[in-house]
Design a protein around this ligand. Structure first.
Ligand code: SAM
Length: 212
């Protein structure tokens, strides 16, 4: 059995279970969003823990990701947020009736992800996510040639941009940490919705030493 990369709990679990069954394993290292996120211009060694954001419902709004984001933010680190995908999901009724009918696939969009982050901030209130002063970078289809889209801005700018700006899923979002290097700002400026505001926030709010 060959596992393409061993970078997450799922992979480690599969390898350990295969070994326990006496199945030979071999890891072939592979590209992953965990390193391809470097396409944003943010340096990989400035990232903290990655988190996943799931679709909120009226009754289920899990926000434990916020604690990880806060830990990263307190250290000035960037946070990679993986966005929920729902494929091969059954409705409760079809599940209950044992019907193998699946709902259409759903992929969390960047504006939805940002609105969920802002609504979580309004509940948790640590002040780490602010619509106009938190910078973020949205990435879709990284490594997908002309289908790759990278868009940078404040949370508010990203939430208000039309969905077409982001291209097709899969999408990820990076919250920019305060320990921001001026080269990261310069590089990601190419992707900014509003270049002037990107530099202004980086300089005035993040305290990044930028040349005017
Ligand atoms: C299970 S996770 C990661 C799995 C994948 N094997 C990897 O390590 O890249 C799936 C999530 O990763 C992110 N993702 C994976 N590939 C991506 C890509 N090419 N561009 C942007 N985000 C991606 C999306 O947020 C997606 O919902």
């Amino acid at each position: 059995m060959i596992i393409l990369s061993n970078s997450a709990t799922t992979h480690t679990d599969i390898i350990l279970r295969a070994r326990a069954l006496g199945i030979p394993t071999r890891v072939v290292h592979n590209a992953s969003i965990l390193n391809a996120v470097g396409a944003s211009g943010l340096q990989l060694y400035n990232f903290g823990q990655s988190v996943s954001l799931v679709f909120f419902t009226d009754t289920w709004r899990p926000d434990s990701f916020y604690d990880r984001v806060k830990e990263n933010a307190d250290l000035g680190m960037h946070t990679l947020i993986l966005l929920d995908i729902k494929v091969k999901e059954q409705s409760e009724e079809n599940l209950a009736r044992g019907r193998k009918i699946y709902e259409p696939p759903r992929y969390m969009s960047i504006p939805l992800a940002v609105s969920q982050l802002i609504s979580t901030e309004s509940v948790r209130r640590s002040g780490i996510l602010d619509p106009t002063t938190t910078l973020a970078i949205a990435l879709s289809r990284v490594g997908g040639g002309s289908e790759e889209h990278i868009v940078a801005g404040t949370l508010q700018e990203l939430m208000e941009a039309p969905e077409e700006v982001y291209g097709e899923p899969l999408h990820s979002l990076v919250l920019v940490g305060k320990r921001l290097h001026h080269l990261e700002v310069d590089y990601a400026e190419t992707f900014a919705l509003d270049r002037e505001n990107w530099r202004r926030v980086a300089k005035d709010v993040y305290g990044c030493a930028l040349e005017d």
